[in-house]
Design a protein around this ligand. Sequence first.
Ligand SMILES: O=C(O)C(=O)C[C@]1(C(=O)O)C=C[C@@H](O)C=C1
Length: 354
Amino acid sequence: MSDELLNLRKNIDRLDEEILVRLAERARNAQRVGEIKQGNVYRPEREAQVLRRLGAANPGPLPDLAVQRIFREIMSACLALERPLRVAYLGPAGTFSESASRKHFGSAPNFVPTSTIDEVFRAVEAGNVDYGVVPVENSTEGVVGGTLDLLLENPLQICGEVKLRIHQHLLSKAAGIGAAKRLYSHAQSLAQCHEWLNRNLPSLSRVPVASNAEAARLASEDAESCAIAGEAAAELYGLDVLAANIEDDPNNTTCFLVIAHHDADRSGQDKTSLVCSAPNRPGAMHALLEPLAKHGVSMSKLQSRPARGGLWEYVFYMDIEGHREDPEVAAALKELNERAGFVKVLGSYPVAVI
Ligand SMILES: O=C(O)C(=O)C[C@]1(C(=O)O)C=C[C@@H](O)C=C1
C-alpha cells in the first residue's frame, strides 16, 4: 500500500472518531431537549430548519441532498433517544408509502403497515401510533380522493408533506424478460408504465393486484412471473431488476401527507392546507379567492370534490403559501371564514426539504 493511501486512511479514521464524539455530544443534547420539551417530542418545523440550514451551509464536495440525508438519519436516531415514534403507513411492507415514511422520519421509528388509508387515520386517531403517512396525489394519476375525503371528515391535522420520486422497476427471479409469462402490479403502476410495456412487452399478460409489494411477493414465489414495483419491494423479496426506471414520465412523483393530532409550528417556509365550500351562486368562487389576493397570499393548489350528501355541491381543497400564524395568512383566513359557507384548516406544515 502506498504511503499516501495509508495516510489518507489514517486521516479518515481520525475524522470518523471526531465525528463519533461529536455525534454522541449531539445525541446527549437532544436527550436533554427531550426532557425539557413539553408535549410532542417530534418537531417537524425544527427538523426542516436544521435540514435547510445545513443544505445552505454545505461547503461540498458532498451534494446538499447527501448531507441532508445523513442529518435526516442523525435526527431520527436522536429523536428515538427522546422517545421512539410509531408511524403507520399504507402497507404492506415494501410499498412506496413505506419508502415515503422512511424518507420523512428516517429509519429509527417503529413503522406499522395497515391495509387501507382509512386504517392509517384510525390508528392515529385512536393513539395506537403517533403519526400516519398517506398518499394524496400522484403527478400522473391525480389526487387520491379517499385521502381528501378522510381529511375533511376527520379531526386530525397535517403536520408534514413528503414528495417521493416514483421509480418503477421490472422485477423477477426469471432468468430474463423473455422467460416471464405473467406480470403483476398495482393498476396505477401498470398505468404509469403503460407505454414502456406496449413497446417492450406487448404480449405479456398484465395482472392487477392490491399493491406493488404484493406483486413483488407473488413474483418472488413464481419464477415464471415478474412484477413492477419499487426498489424497497425488490430488496424485501430478493428480486432481480430486469429493467430499471420504466415509468413513462421520468418526473413521476407522489405527494404524501403526514397526519397527527397536531400540525406544525412556523418553520419560515410553510404551507397551509384547507377545505372550504362555496354557495352555488355566481361569483361565489371569486369571493373565496379574493381574500387571498387582497392579502398577497399565493395559492399553490386548488382541487374540487363533490360534497358528500348534496348532489352537484362541491367542496374546494386549497394549498396556500405560508403558515396560518403568519399575519397575512391569518388575515386572509379570517376573511375567508366570513365569506365561505364552511372553512376547515387542515394544517400548516413545512414545505418538504428533501
Ligand atoms: O430540537 C428538538 O426539539 C429536538 O428534539 C432535537 C431534534 C434534533 O435531533 O435536532 C430531534 C427531534 C426533533 O424532531 C427535532 C430536532
